[in-house]
Design a protein around this ligand. Structure first.
Ligand SMILES: C=C(O[C@@H]1C=C(C(=O)O)C=C[C@H]1O)C(=O)O
Length: 357
């Protein structure tokens, strides 16, 4: 072998050994952290601490490394650490290779146990009934809007939102076939079919479009029939051994879905947090105005408001709001207390660190 190449690889080996030695030292300390958490019944997963670590990485000036690569390395280091503290189980809206699966891995890394579920309801039940430590569910898409099913689940559930994660949605045309001319039908989730409408009209004008419960289910169907294609993720192409006939076929770029991590305990403040609340209002003039005024008076930034039918009585609604700040902060706490005094019903859904890309 080339002498220079050999020398360089010897140097790389030495560095690798140092990295491993340091990782071992880090885990030794993590073990102590885990013991304190166990003694004090604290959550092994600490999203507020992880966000602080990500933020510190973000402020580094690096010569060679891309920030996303560095974040991915640390995601996995922390995943290994959590596993050593306690091998947590993460439930998510499955099947495997859905965007929710991708969101769960982005949040927890690959070292924990993942449990795919058939419905959003089952993910909530897994967390409520201790079959999983945390759950991951979709909450809104930048093009399609809110996932009503998830919002409605919070009415009767006591789970808390502990974290959020955003995933860029990239759609791909997958098939056992090797060319577009062989495709007679395209399967996918209705949202994905909708998001790729123009592409499909242009490239597969004669194909029949068929709806499935998830993009991953579509890939499973495509794996059995060469005349069909699925719109699904790249992860699904490897899972079901499908050819990628076209990449990035969504009509609009900047298609992002926001997911929530649900658990049982509200994390401590990270320094940059969000709080989610739900409440109902009295049926009278200025009811919503007086609520919004509370946030204004406390100088709290309201970042989102949604309403949903209460399902108790026709034409009565439940409001969901997200605000900047943690429930332990003076202003958010004060606003929550004032709100509780004037509405018939209010529930704190969680305070959690804002997502850092
Ligand atoms: C070690 C800890 O536990 C977990 C692992 C972390 C890490 O490896 O740095 C950070 C936060 C926690 O999710 C901790 O809370 O500090």
């Amino acid at each position: 072998m080339n002498k220079d190449l050999q020398d360089l690889r010897v140097q790389i080996n030495e560095i690798d050994n140092k990295i491993i030695e340091l990782l071992e030292k880090r885990l030794e300390i993590v073990k102590e952290v885990g013991a304190i958490k166990r003694e004090k019944s604290l959550s092994f997963y600490a999203p507020e601490r992880e966000n602080q670590i990500y933020k510190a990485l973000d402020s580094l000036k690096l010569t060679f490394m891309n920030k996303n690569s560095l974040k991915a390395i640390f995601r996995e280091i922390m995943s290994v650490s959590i596993k050593m503290e306690e091998p947590l189980t993460i439930s998510y809206l499955g099947p495997e290779a859905t965007f929710t699966h991708q969101a769960a891995i982005e949040k927890f890394g690959t070292s924990l146990y993942y449990q795919p579920e058939e419905s959003i309801e089952d993910v909530f039940f897994d967390v409520e009934q201790d079959r999983a430590d945390f759950g991951v569910v979709p909450i809104e898409n930048s093009i399609e809007g809110v996932v009503n099913y998830t919002l409605d689940m919070f009415v009767n559930s006591n789970v808390k939102i502990v974290s959020e994660v955003m995933v860029d949605i990239k759609h791909n045309l997958l098939s056992k076939a090797t060319s577009l001319s062989e495709i007679k039908a395209v399967y996918s989730h209705p949202n994905a079919l909708g998001q790729c409408k123009n592409w499909l009209k242009k490239h597969l004008p004669n194909a029949i479009l068929l709806e499935t419960a998830s993009t991953a289910k579509a890939a499973k169907i495509a794996a059995k029939d060469k005349s069909v294609a699925a719109i699904s993720s790249l992860a699904a192409s490897s899972l079901y051994d499908l050819n990628v006939l076209a990449r990035g076929i969504e009509d609009k770029i900047n298609n992002v879905t926001r997911f929530l991590v649900i658990g049982k305990h509200i994390p401590s403040p990270s320094g940059e947090d969000k709080t989610s609340l739900m409440f109902s209002i009295h049926d009278k003039v200025g009811a919503l105005y007086s609520i919004l005024k509370i946030f204004y008076d406390n100088q709290i930034n309201l970042t989102r408001i949604e309403s949903r039918p209460s399902k108790q009585e026709n034409w009565s609604y439940i409001f969901y709001v997200d605000v900047d700040g943690h429930i332990e902060s003076e202003s958010v706490k004060k606003a929550f207390d004032s709100l509780s005094e004037i509405v018939p019903f209010v529930k704190l859904l969680g305070s959690y660190p804002k997502y850092i890309k």
